[in-house]
Design a protein around this ligand. Sequence first.
Ligand SMILES: [Zn+2]
Length: 184
Amino acid sequence: MKFKTVKVGNLRTNCYIIFDEHNGEGVIVDPGDEAAKILPEIAELKVRYIIITHGHPDHFGALDELKKKTGAPLLMNSGDNWFFNPDRTIKEGDEISFGRVTLKVLQTPGHSRGGVCLYAPGYLFSGDTLFAGTCGRTDLPGGSAEAMAKSLKKLAQLPGETMVFPGHDEFTTIQQEKERGTLG
Ligand SMILES: [Zn+2]
């Protein structure tokens, strides 16, 4: 498994392009804006899915254009589907496979009702649930501090060496966030 990060839009959302370097199959996670910046990065890839970690505009701004260009189906949790319908909903324990890569879905509500993280051994793509040194805000519609606390407890169960790639800013690890007290 390999991945690239493209920082897009005013909020510098991390759009991740995760792929199997052996057969070029991949996914786009959180195409927040600036399709023109994302397209060259997927030129050599066969995009199998577009995944949205949660339904906030800074995570799906370039969705329409990328769907048109790739024909890939949209996957997201049904908790955030108030703005449009995904082609397939994803929930806790689901596996998203492309090439030899499998991403496991962890449902992590709190920042929004339908927030998910994507896990492969060693890697967590955490959307706006967990950042380096803090968690996502819980005061937006559908947010819940209680749900967030439970979600962070769930993430604390992952191996400490797991590298965390959030929806904004820089990466961290589960161990580091445990030590900082971010995970409760
Ligand atoms: Zn958000």
